[in-house]
Write a protein that binds this ligand. Structure first.
Ligand code: PEP
Ligand code: MG
Length: 755
């Protein structure tokens, strides 16, 4: 019996020969023929064939040693057809000693393969997709051993990378081969940050350049792998013990899963074997990751798919350790679009702002870190784009449509032109808003509206001057915590608050205390997992349960505001007692500061956010205790309509422009007016012209909008007449319809409103 395979461990020499064959010049077909000849010889196989996936999905025989040469480019197998199709479908190797007797065997007379009994096929994987199949066959019924199966996978990986990089086939041949997707595609996702952008794809998880696949010195690569695995495990342990590492943005539970996987013998062994077979440490990680992807991608069970993500994250972290942990050393093109599965708290800020145009995510939610930072940076972002990374290659042209929540991959020129003209229009509109920057927001009937903006990061401060907002109506202090790897220290918090007040100069800033919990998880606060995080220990509930956290923040705020006005408000107040307890903490902190002779704020204003429907029926008790209130319509409405704002299946099931929402808002406004309590609206509603129109018609005179909404809302205000608007809205408040959006739109049109 022929004992095939590679005599010494690992296909190192073979890989080198393959590379030489590929680099040897000459027509692509000649090079491919040489590659299959080399593999057949080296593996002592009578047959070696390469099949590649055509755009139609069929696997076409591209080169063979041992089968009938006439079959090359003629034999095509449908996905799943024959053993070759089966290897591609499973995206896993198949090894058989008696192939013709296997139920999947499909005999193609033109190939003349009937005399070959032993079959070993491995998929050419790219990003978890089989782009082709590499097969060796032997005449005698023999069993390929584990090493041979391992080796053919390594060879298949190198082939996959070289085919995809265009090294093996010419661009002409590549065009019709589905090694990398090349047709225009449109993916529907979710809007995470408004705006439009286009540019070349940069993958957050950078693909390996083919010249980094093969090791020059295997012993060195083994050492590098072992060292980086040790470093990876140590950093996870350190994180678990609460020390500081670069693994931010990861919950305790996920970290434990990481550690479990990092210790996984199977994973470690696969990596070691891949290196021993001649790959670099990076290529080994990539190969094992691809195999995992391919295997897990078919799983229906969301739990298993989640585990794939953990494995992928782990692989990415290992790659980063290997790369010296410097994601920014890459050569990034101007005006690129970043593509990632998801991004951790600090990831986005590590990319150069002047080159980054947009962000596409496979997952995430609009409340996720990346989305928050993208909005702060005013970079359009679309998330929840399924299959995104498998459909894109580094350098592909993409359009990020943050207006509709879509991504256009490799757009046709007319698509691109259409987007460019929309971008020009946006630019023009922005220029118009710029002209209004210093115009006071006064309605036609002479009502002065205070137009503020929402902020949360230092990068937001630019927007204050740019938009001409009169102050910050909502400063989300948790953002600093969310983009940090560890609990921000007292002086770090103080420094940010001081920076914000300095930037605001004499304009008011309302700081909201930490709104953490729910979906805003801080990895370094070991919170218990909750079944219903939105209804869980969020915001002020956490602050009151862990007063040290809240007191530290209040201390920082008082220190930053020394000698100036300080406005603080508490999120998610559901009962009057919670507000009392929170206010009491402020007083205690003031006493503490005073005892130490610190300068106190010149004026202190303490307010509550109205976000829990319960407060609507206890405003009479609450309002006398507060200096002001601010309505967080995002939460108020999610709780009123029992629709999770982060869940795309339900988040837009109700319309804020509906009678129950408007009645609730009308009632709060009325009660505040009756008690002369200053009130503003700081949810997203306040930044949308039509919704803001309804708000001013209800009598609100203070709105805090996201930066992008300030200009459009001001333009609406300048064109509005409040008595007219109020009369128009009054009738609609009795409607029995689920939504009165159309009617309000019609009213706005009738009143010639600029919405
Ligand atoms: C809100 O709930 O409307 C609000 C402004 O707060 P956040 O969006 O930060 O929860
Ligand atoms: Mg809220």
């Amino acid at each position: 019996m022929v004992k095939g395979g590679l005599t010494t461990r690992g296909p190192r020499n073979l890989l080198r020969q393959i590379r030489e064959a590929m680099a040897g010049g000459g027509p692509a077909q000649q090079r491919l023929d040489k590659v299959v000849r080399t593999i057949a010889q080296s593996m002592v196989a009578e047959v070696c064939s390469i099949y590649l996936r055509r755009a139609s999905g069929e696997l076409e025989l591209f080169a063979t040693q041992g089968l009938n040469p006439e079959a090359v480019h003629n034999t095509r197998l449908r996905p799943g057809e024959g053993l070759v199709g089966e290897v591609a479908r499973l995206a896993a190797p198949i090894s058989l000693s008696d192939a013709p007797n296997h139920p999947s065997f499909s005999y193609r007379p033109e190939t003349g393969e009937d005399p070959f009994h032993a079959f070993l096929g491995a998929p050419l994987l790219r990003g978890g997709r089989a782009i082709g199949v590499l097969v060796v066959q032997n005449r005698v019924a023999r069993r390929y051993d584990e090493d041979e199966v391992e080796d053919i996978q390594t060879i298949a990986m190198v082939l996959a990378e070289t085919v995809a990089s265009g090294e093996l086939l010419g661009q002409d041949e590549l065009r019709d081969v589905e090694v990398a997707p090349h047709r225009p595609e449109r993916l529907k996702g979710q809007k995470f940050a408004d705006g439009l952008a286009y540019g070349a794809v940069v993958q957050h998880e950078a693909p390996l350049p083919p010249e980094r696949l093969l090791a020059d010195d295997t012993a060195l690569e083994e050492r590098r792998l072992a060292e980086s695995l040790t470093a990876l495990k140590a950093s996870i342990d350190q994180m678990l013990e609460g020390g500081q590492t670069k693994l931010g943005g990861t919950s305790y539970e996920v970290l434990e899963t990481y550690r479990m996987f990092a210790d996984d013998r199977g994973w470690n062994r696969s990596l070691e074997e891949a290196v021993r077979s001649g790959l670099t440490a990076e290529a080994a990680v990539d190969r094992v990751r691809n195999e995992h992807r391919a295997r897990f991608a078919k799983a229906r069970d969301p739990y298993i798919r989640e585990r794939l993500h953990d494995f992928e994250d782990l692989a990415n972290r290992l790659l980063r350790v290997l790369a010296g942990d410097d994601p920014t050393h890459r050569n990034l093109p101007d005006g690129f679009i970043l593509v990632a599965r998801n991004l951790g708290p600090a990831d986005l800020l590590e990319y150069p702002r002047d080159k980054l145009r947009g962000l596409l995510l496979e997952e995430g939610s609009s409340a996720s870190h990346a989305a928050i930072v993208a909005r702060a940076l005013q970079i359009p972002c679309v998330g929840r784009l399924q299959g995104l990374r498998d459909r894109l290659s580094e350098g592909d042209l993409v359009i990020v449509d943050g207006e509709t929540g879509e991504a256009y991959l490799r757009p046709r020129p007319d698509m691109l032109a259409a987007v460019q003209s929309r971008m020009a229009m946006r630019e023009q509109r922005r220029a118009e808003f710029d002209l209004l920057r210093d115009t006071p927001a006064v309605t036609r009937d002479g009502t002065r509206i205070t137009l503020l903006t929402n902020a949360g990061l230092a990068v937001d401060l630019e927007n204050l001057d740019m938009t001409g907002a009169e102050g910050i109506g909502l400063f989300r202090t948790e953002f600093q915590f969310m983009v940090s790897d560890e609990l921000p220290k007292l002086n770090t918090q103080t420094a940010l608050y001081r920076l914000v007040m300095d930037a605001a100069r004499d304009r008011p800033v309302t700081f909201r205390t930490l709104d953490i919990g729910g979906d805003k998880v801080l990895p370094y606060l070991d919170n218990e997992r909750e079944e219903n995080p939105a209804l869980g220990r969020r915001a002020i509930r956490l602050g009151l349960d862990r007063p040290a956290l809240l007191r530290m923040q209040l201390r920082a705020l008082l220190a930053a505001a020394a000698g100036r006005e300080l406005r603080v408000m508490f999120p998610m107040i559901a009962t009057v007692d919670e507000f009392r307890a929170a206010r009491e903490l402020v007083e205690r902190e003031c006493d503490w500061a005073q005892r130490r002779g610190r300068t106190l704020p010149s004026r202190l204003r303490v307010g509550a956010m109205v976000e829990c429907p319960s407060l609507l029926w206890h405003l009479d008790a609450l309002l006398p205790l507060t200096d002001f209130v601010s309505i967080g319509t995002n939460d108020l409405l999610q709780y009123m309509f029992a629709a999770d704002r982060t869940n795309p299946l339900v988040s837009d099931r109700y319309d804020p422009l509906s009678v129950p929402a408007l009645r609730a808002l009308a009632e709060i406004q009325q009660k505040c007016a009756d008690t002369a309590t200053p009130v503003s609206v700081c949810g997203e509603l306040a930044g949308r012209p039509l919704e803001a129109f309804a708000l001013i018609a209800l009598g609100y005179t203070s709105l805090s909008a996201p930066a992008g909404g300030v200009g459009p809302v001001k333009r609406m205000i300048l064109s509005a007449d409040i008595p007219q608007a109020r009369r128009g809205l009054e009738g609609l408040m009795k409607s029995s319809a689920g939504s009165v959006r159309n009617e309000i739109e019609a009213l706005a049109r009738k009143l010639n409103l600029a919405v």
